[in-house]
Write a protein that binds this ligand. Structure first.
Ligand SMILES: CC(C)(COP(=O)(O)OP(=O)(O)OC[C@H]1O[C@@H](n2cnc3c(N)ncnc32)[C@H](O)[C@@H]1OP(=O)(O)O)[C@@H](O)C(=O)NCCC(=O)NCCS
Length: 166
């Protein structure tokens, strides 16, 4: 995952972030970090990071990690954000029924949902949102956005500020 992503992943603990590690015979093969972003009337199940060691990719382990994380949450939607040039990750999410949305497509459908996901996932580097579930059934309010901004402060802005103090 690298220290930079590990640094941010660690801060997700403050909003309930948890991790699963996939091991075989004492070898770590991959891991996933996830949390439920509780936004009042709606909960987002955030798949924050997922990574499989290069040698073990393409054997279904990424899917197992994400599906296992899903089992431990009970949200209205599952979401994960990516860079659109990350084909392996996009394909992996698509293979387990996630649909890709650009931010502009999501804003057209629901500006509130776009902001709620953006803030809840600290996704300032990503241009693609993978979503599993029915967007039409999600209900968001101003209070939901306040909660999402609080998650942004804890997982994203404050950790960034700590690294860039001036
Ligand atoms: C993304 C990642 C976790 C996928 O893990 P993986 O174990 O290789 O994925 P899986 O074997 O479970 O693949 C699931 C599906 O995606 C497809 N897929 C995976 N890698 C692919 C690739 N390079 N090209 C095309 N399709 C691919 C598989 O064909 C499979 O589809 P199927 O079920 O229809 O056969 C892995 O590539 C990785 O660790 N990447 C680096 C970290 C990263 O970018 N994480 C995502 C952002 S946090």
């Amino acid at each position: 995952m690298g220290w930079w992503h590990a640094y941010y992943a660690g801060h997700s603990r403050s909003v309930g972030g948890r991790g699963l590690v996939l091991e075989a015979r004492g070898n770590r093969l991959g891991s996933v970090v996830f949390y439920e972003a509780k936004l009042g009337s709606t909960t987002l199940g955030v798949i924050y990071y997922v990574a499989v060691k290069p040698h073990y990719r393409g054997q279904g382990l990424g899917k197992i990690l994400v599906l296992s994380a899903e089992e431990l949450m009970n949200p209205d939607l599952y979401v994960s954000t990516l860079q659109s040039n990350n084909t392996p990750s996009r394909k992996m999410f698509e293979s387990i029924c996630y649909k890709p949305y650009t931010w502009s497509k999501l804003e057209d459908l629901s500006p509130m949902l776009a902001e709620a996901i953006y803030r809840s996932t600290c996704s300032y580097e990503d241009d693609l949102v993978m979503i599993k579930g029915s967007i039409g059934e999600v209900r968001l309010s101003r209070d939901s956005l306040k909660r999402a901004r609080r998650i942004w402060d804890i997982t994203c802005y404050k950790p960034w500020k700590r690294m860039n103090p001036t």
